[in-house]
Structures are given as C-alpha cells and as structure tokens.
Design a protein around this ligand. Structure first.
Ligand code: IDP
Ligand code: MG
Length: 171
C-alpha cells in the first residue's frame, strides 16, 4: 500500500516483445550459473560480479537440465573424455541461465570467468575464486557473438527476455 508522503522507489520495467527488445543492438551473451554454484551458495556473488562488470540482466531463469538438453548444449565436446561426466554434472542440480547485455559483453564475461581450469585462471576471476576443478567451474559463458546468439535461442524465447529502462520510478 502506497500512502501520501511515502516515497516508493521502484524500478520501472517496460516490456516489449519482438526483435527490438535489444537496446541499441547492444551485445548479449549467455551465462550459465552451474549447479556447483547453487550448491555452494554462490549464485548471488556470481550475479553481483556480472553486474559489477556492467552486465545488464535481460533474462534469467532457474532450470533443471535434462541429459538430452545438456548433451545437446555441449555437443561440440561429444568426443572429448570429459563429455559424459560434464553432462552428469550439469544435470545433477538446477542451474541458472542468464542473458547478459552490454557493450563488448561476450569478452567481458569470458574475462570475468577466467580459464576453464581454476588453477590457470587469473586472480580475481570467478573460477579462480570459487571453482573446485576444471569440470566444476561455476559458470559458462558464450565464447563468441555468434555462439552467444545460438545459445540464447537454445534456452530463451523472445518473450522471456526483457527490455527495461535504466531509470528509477518515483511516486
Ligand atoms: P569453457 O567453459 O571455459 O568455455 P570448454 O572447453 O568449452 O570450456 O568446456 C566446457 C566445459 O566442460 C567446461 O566449462 C568444464 O565444465 C568442462 N571441461 C572442459 N575441459 C575439461 C577437462 O579437461 N576435464 C573435465 N571437465 C572439463
Ligand atoms: Mg566453451
């Protein structure tokens, strides 16, 4: 209930479907917060670091991957020794799929994640800070603009992504 004299500060969301939702054709990427992050209570910290780097959240949902979906997502690695355990890991618990938007965001998110192997990842990166090993490494991030578009489409319908204004709505 909003009363006289009470200042309610709300974030104004405006929703628009269709291809125009992408503000100024801003770059976007797919970040997956993997099941190990959820289990370790790191979801908030990962999200904070994404926002701290200037990433705007355009889509976000919690999902439990099926083996079929995880296997398809990582099909490029089908013949690698780590493929099967990777799929098992990704379906072990829910994860958060996230569309992140911003200038040069694909590279920014890859830099923030760090090397696949946390031992090789630079100081301050998410994987260096939180990952256990090169399988359980907290986050996925698209590795190119082209793959980002494909990966976003793999998880999100247009109506599941949002265009919102960077403006505080005051009553
Ligand atoms: P990336 O996530 O840094 O882009 P990719 O080579 O695309 O790394 O591998 C996809 C995922 O597969 C990694 O994030 C990690 O979870 C897992 N993975 C990659 N290499 C290995 C490995 O040598 N052993 C175990 N798991 C691996
Ligand atoms: Mg990759």
């Amino acid at each position: 209930m909003i009363r006289d004299g009470f200042l309610a500060v709300l974030v104004l969301n405006t929703f628009s479907g269709g291809p125009e939702w992408r503000v100024n054709k801003m770059d976007r990427t797919l970040v997956i917060i993997k099941p190990d992050a959820l289990v370790s209570g790191l979801v908030g910290r990962v999200m904070s670091s994404i926002e701290d780097r200037g990433g705007s959240i355009a889509g976000f949902k919690m999902i439990k991957l099926t083996k079929k979906k995880a296997g398809e997502f990582y099909k490029v690695h089908k013949n690698r020794h780590f493929y099967k355990p990777l799929v098992e890991f990704m379906v072990s618990n829910p994860c958060f799929v996230t569309v992140v938007q911003g200038k040069g965001i694909v590279g920014k998110m890859r830099k923030l994640m760090g090397d696949t192997n946390p031992k090789k990842a630079k100081k301050g990166t998410i994987r260096r800070l939180y990952a256990v090993d090169n399988r359980h490494n907290i986050v996925h991030g698209s590795d190119s603009i082209e793959n980002a578009e494909k990966e976003i489409k793999f998880f999100f319908k247009k109506r599941e992504m949002f265009h919102w204004r960077k403006k505080i709505y005051k009553i």
